[in-house]
Design a binder for this molecule. Sequence first.
Ligand SMILES: Cc1cc2nc3c(=O)[nH]c(=O)nc-3n(C[C@H](O)[C@H](O)[C@H](O)COP(=O)(O)O)c2cc1C
Length: 388
Amino acid sequence: MTETRSHLFSPLQIRDVHVRNRVVVSPMCLYSAVNGVANDWHLVQYGKLAVGGAGIVFVEATAVEPAGRITHGCTGLWCDEQIAPMRRIADFIRAEGAVPAIQLAHAGRKGSSQRPWQGGEALTADDAARGEGPWRMVAPSAIAANPKRAAPEALELDEIERITQAWGAATRRAREAGFDIVEIHGAHGYLLHSFLSGVSNQRTDRYGGSRENRMRHPLEVAAAVRREWPKSLPAFFRISAIDGLPEGWQMEDTLVFSKELGRLGYDVIDCSSGGIDADRSRSVATALTRRPGFQVPFAEQIRKELKMMTMAVGLIVNPKHAESILAQGQADLICIGRELLHNPQWPLHARLELEGESAYDIWPPQYEWSLRKRAQWAAAYRESEGAE
Ligand SMILES: Cc1cc2nc3c(=O)[nH]c(=O)nc-3n(C[C@H](O)[C@H](O)[C@H](O)COP(=O)(O)O)c2cc1C
């Protein structure tokens, strides 16, 4: 045990789940599933992130129904055949000491897309010719996600109810697969966020209009998921704290919504932003300008005003920066995305940087014994050379 325990590597208890440190692997789509079924690529990807020392490893946005995928390559939990490959992943993550977590999602009007490396645009006839045709996109209102996309179809009331049930069923499957944390993807312009924002939701029934009405479907989903998720296990919700559009969802809305989530038994608000309108020229530039930790103030405000646990995400790449966010009480967890694609062992390296070489004790034994020896040799060499 090290004497100078950093905040980043302090454990956290959430309900019955013990998290070994505050580093969380952000959910990141790999677009590599077939018919929503995870495969060896997913096992290796999430497995190496667990070996890399994170406290929680999130499996990517996983669709609650086929039309809820972003691309044909997205994972799903809309049928029982999708459970067993997910269980392999959850089991491996747990065996490596991390908490297996999964984000459930519905893409709404941002579905029926090509994979990013195929262009990321709407699926075309060429895609259909190679077996990956477009599907019917649904949303609160028939408003396209951006000028390049077709308008989705506005959901009928019975369809909204059916989708809520699909979230509940996918949650049951996530538990059966052995995940210990479930997160609802309510951000980035996907279905739930598109209900919240008045920019994309112009319904005139009980699901649109007032803030209370726009929150109705996301809160019904949140309640359905929480009902299916054991009380002993944590539930997270990822929000876009602001749209970035002057007429859209604002921080005061997020505070009201997060309070409701707290009442429903949500433990952590995962604070992201944006995604409702791809036309960034209309967005509030200062609020969404990409700079290190640009979304941390959202996590800080929710944490301080609502006394809820929050997770900070977005351009956090430097261990000392992550440490200072926790030390200043701005968030409880640090969620890291692309930096972990760049360096899956970021947590192990971060602990060496923050706590010194004694931190090798948390490296997997398969690596630790020889790297510790190497560090001792290096120190002895430096001493013999009279170097620092
Ligand atoms: C390849 C890729 C896939 C992503 N997939 C998801 C996803 O499935 N769910 C989600 O909420 N965010 C997703 N995101 C956003 C990340 O989780 C994260 O919020 C974002 O990249 C900002 O964090 P970072 O600067 O540490 O990468 C994705 C980002 C990338 C780069």
